[in-house]
Write a protein of this length. Structure first.
Length: 144
């Protein structure tokens, strides 16, 4: 596989799965943003990213619901007739609860990183305001 093709695949993964910006991918892979925009368009990366995020959310939500249903049934069985859940059920609830907590923490950290990146990009693109220039313009406008 040519280097270009491997970079294209990696760039697509960065954009789709890791929600990295084109600018960040360009810096990381040392590829022009124009090339990445072309790859993004021809590979339909925006649609693939949207589908990936929907799928990821759906999978996570389904897992949350499954653990909740199994735990709820185990508690109800115990309350109604004193049936203690079998070892497999207890292990599943315990293992998945731990994984869900880690998944939630990971999702939170990813959201925070994305927010930081957005704020950083906005700060970098924000023009600096020179107070003296503003005062000069105001003064000139008042003098006219």
């Amino acid at each position: 596989m040519a280097i270009k093709e491997s970079h294209k695949i990696l760039a697509g993964q960065y954009f789709i799965e890791y929600q990295m910006s084109v600018a960040e991918i360009a810096r990381r892979l040392n590829i022009s943003e124009k090339t990445l925009h072309n790859w993004k368009k021809e590979g339909n990366w925006d649609n693939k990213r949207s589908q990936f995020l929907k799928s990821q959310y759906s999978t996570n939500q389904t897992l949350y619901e499954l653990v909740h249903l199994i735990a709820t049934k185990a508690v109800e069985d115990f309350k109604t007739d004193g049936t203690v859940p079998d070892q497999k059920t207890l292990y599943f609830i315990s293992a998945m609860s731990d994984k869900l907590l880690k998944l939630k923490a990971y999702e939170q950290s990813q959201a925070e990183e994305k927010l930081e990146e957005i704020n950083k990009n906005q700060a970098e693109n924000k023009p600096e305001i020179n107070k003296e220039d503003v005062l000069d313009k105001v003064f000139k406008a008042l003098m006219e």
